[in-house]
Design a protein around this ligand. Sequence first.
Ligand SMILES: NC(=O)c1ccc[n+]([C@@H]2O[C@H](COP(=O)([O-])OP(=O)(O)OC[C@H]3O[C@@H](n4cnc5c(N)ncnc54)[C@H](OP(=O)(O)O)[C@@H]3O)[C@@H](O)[C@H]2O)c1
Length: 303
Amino acid sequence: MFIVPSVKLNSGALVPAVGFGTWAGLSVQGREASIAWILTALKAGYRHIDTAQMYGTEHAVGEAIRQSGIPREQFFVTTKLPWNHPGRVKESLDESLKNAGLDYYDLYLIHWPQVLAYEEPKNEDGSTKLAVNPPSLSETWAEMESVLATGKVKNIGVSNFSIKTLEPILKTAKVVPAVNQVELHPYLAQNDLLAYCKDKGIAIAAYSSTGWAPVRNDPTMLAIASKYGVSPARIALAWHLSRGTIAVTASKNIERQKENKDLPTLASEDIQAINALDKGQRLCKGPGPEGKIVGWTLEQLGW
Ligand SMILES: NC(=O)c1ccc[n+]([C@@H]2O[C@H](COP(=O)([O-])OP(=O)(O)OC[C@H]3O[C@@H](n4cnc5c(N)ncnc54)[C@H](OP(=O)(O)O)[C@@H]3O)[C@@H](O)[C@H]2O)c1
């Protein structure tokens, strides 16, 4: 039987290397309905759960944990600071704890490096509205360090950060980020970021980790999947584990939930073949028509 390995964070904490994602779309009904499929995932054995205040599923995660009857301390739960909450990290974390009905989170991430206007993060045309004179990345990181000291979060980290946006944080950090959660799959291997984070002691967590339909239908992925007799999604997840990264994956389907935590060990020639698929292609969050992602150019993001 395959046992999901753990990744050790720079704090010493152990995280199950396959995490279960809880993005549930934008509708209130979809978010409420997520309690049922999060619960089946917990019953299937997932112990690392990924949510965010912006997903609106913190409540569903807390509720599913309670309904599972499994003690809270057996779970590693991650949530994220919304992009319009730098400057009010303490208050925002308290909201996230209240949403879930939890006493603490295991990992708290700055969701994005950009800062949006707090009261109204969108312009009239629907585009994102950046904050005027926002706190710097170092200032927000200092706020994260303050909430770490309260014990309401056990680890702190970042998400969607690049070498360029990590550097200012590391210049002033008292606590090195434990994790950087980024889009990462066989078409976006992020080799430079991986090497940089490894050198600094920052674990990488991959989101969109199966690479969606484009990666799952890639002829190389299909051929390797057929060799091992498993789905291409499981091959992608096994590839993350071979690189020592955490993979966050999601499925509403109980059979796929079970399959995705039962992974083959890939032979080195198969790992090499998957490594060769990298084309720096973003599938989840690409630039809009004006060439920006959440108000920033790719150059500003360091992507
Ligand atoms: N930090 C960030 O900015 C950020 C951004 C995006 C995502 N995330 C986190 O990462 C989580 C996962 O992201 P993701 O949903 O893009 O990852 P993903 O696991 O790569 O993609 C999920 C999709 O793949 C399908 N799928 C899963 N397992 C499958 C399998 N074995 N065979 C075929 N299809 C399969 C699912 O469909 P079914 O439900 O039908 O199985 C679902 O449509 C999110 O829920 C969220 O927690 C974070």
